[in-house]
Ligand binder design. Structure first.
Ligand code: DNO
Length: 395
């Protein structure tokens, strides 16, 4: 696998020049300053490529070329936004950048309720707690049908906890959820989220899935011509939030969407941390069924916490080799897929991976790291994953 690293651009708190010491081989980045629906010009792409090349790197994976809300909801600006998406793909491919990650989550991208939960070892980890999310949904956002989405017990606990919260804690919880974690397309406030929710009032899971398939049907023929590999990132967490549908939460969801537009250009980002929150997710099965279409891997681990809600478990981001995902089995299966591709003569046999997220450890704690993207925590993750990869590749 190609050992990549997500770098957010010149404003990233981690310096590109330090990554050689981390052992990074390739870079995952995006033009985060360009809004969804706007073309990535050749000029802007070149500027980023030059910055990377001065540090001895190439741009291996785009994460993400964002899909606008207008495309997800099929509203007025959809046509223009699809045109812009296609033009950005042409510009990227023309400069040799051919792996493009995106997601199709309504409104919110990845969501956590606590960004720095203290761990027994002294570092911190990110966490999702459904009761805190319910507090946000019912008492802070005050979404119309929020009360329908939680059990009587959950509502009672949320209410009691809400009454104990300080104003500062309420603001932090709100910001953690709506202000956009690193890499999210949009930074919202409560009013924006309320307005966006309106535009989903008629959209259920079937409709959203169809909108995704319609979008892929528009862009995949061009991607195929350009040799672009699109790879959809899963829902994180893999269940509905704010009553909104989520349609890329399981192996079955992927199988359906990949089959609906059946071309190698329509591929998957395997994110073990996102999909692994669901107790029934089996990463080896995902790789065995969909392997040829996996164009990118996020290797990360989560640990479910005891909770009564079977569909929406609480979880925290465990160290890369701890937690619920069997990382050894996952990497063995990915390396087996790479071997299979090599035998088949595929030029894209090597799967780019990145150590996704990391706990804040040691000097991360005073480094004002971006949530989920500290240097030491990810360095530890990559080092551990690299050991497994070396063992799997040597077999
Ligand atoms: C979080 C990331 C996501 C991911 C997007 C892909 O750390 O994995 O923000 O980049 O969902 O479009």
């Amino acid at each position: 696998m190609k050992q990549c690293w997500r770098w957010f651009g010149p404003s990233d708190t981690v310096a590109l020049d330090d990554l050689k010491q981390v052992g990074v081989q390739g870079i995952v980045t995006a033009l985060h300053h360009i809004s969804p629906g706007v073309v990535w010009t050749e000029r802007e792409i070149r500027i980023r490529m030059e910055t990377l090349s001065e540090a001895g790197y190439q741009w291996d994976v785009v994460e993400s070329l964002p899909v606008s809300e207008a495309i997800k909801t099929q509203t007025a600006e959809m046509k223009d936004h699809i045109g812009a998406y296609q033009q950005s793909m042409r510009n990227l491919a023309g400069l040799g950048i051919k792996t493009i990650c995106y997601n199709f989550m309504p409104i919110l991208d990845w969501t956590r309720t606590k960004l720095r939960a203290r761990q027994p070892h002294g570092g911190t980890a990110m966490l999702f707690d459904l009761i805190d999310f319910a507090i946000f949904d019912i008492h802070l956002l005050r979404r119309k049908s929020a009360l329908d989405d939680y059990s009587a017990d959950q509502k009672d606990i949320a209410k009691a906890r809400f009454q104990q919260m300080s104003d500062a804690e309420k603001t932090t919880l709100t910001n953690n959820i709506v202000a956009g974690l690193p890499g999210a397309n949009d930074n919202w406030n409560l009013e924006d989220v309320r307005a966006q929710l309106e535009s989903y009032s008629e959209i259920d899971a079937d409709r959203l899935r169809q909108n995704l398939i319609d979008f892929l049907a528009e862009i995949c023929p061009l991607a195929e011509q350009l040799g672009v590999r699109l790879c959809c990132h899963p829902d994180d967490p893999p269940f509905s939030l704010l009553g909104l549908p989520r349609v890329m939460s399981s192996t079955g969801d992927y199988a359906r969407v990949l089959q609906s537009v059946d071309t190698p250009a329509n591929g998957a980002t395997l994110c073990t941390g996102s999909l692994g929150v669901c107790p029934s997710f089996d990463p080896v099965d995902f790789i065995e069924r969909l392997g040829p279409r996996i164009h990118f891997a996020h290797l990360r681990n989560t640990q479910r916490l005891p909770s009564d809600d079977k569909k929406r478990p609480d979880f925290f981001e465990a160290a890369h080799l701890e937690g619920d995902t069997d990382m050894v089995a996952t990497i063995n299966a990915l390396v087996a897929e790479e071997r299979r591709r090599r035998e088949e003569g595929r030029s894209d046999w090597q799967i780019p991976m990145r150590p996704d997220h990391g706990q804040e450890l040691l000097s991360d704690l005073s480094a004002q790291s971006m949530p989920g993207y500290p240097l030491i925590g990810r360095l530890r993750g990559l080092a551990e994953l690299r050991g497994i990869m070396a063992a799997a590749e040597a077999r």
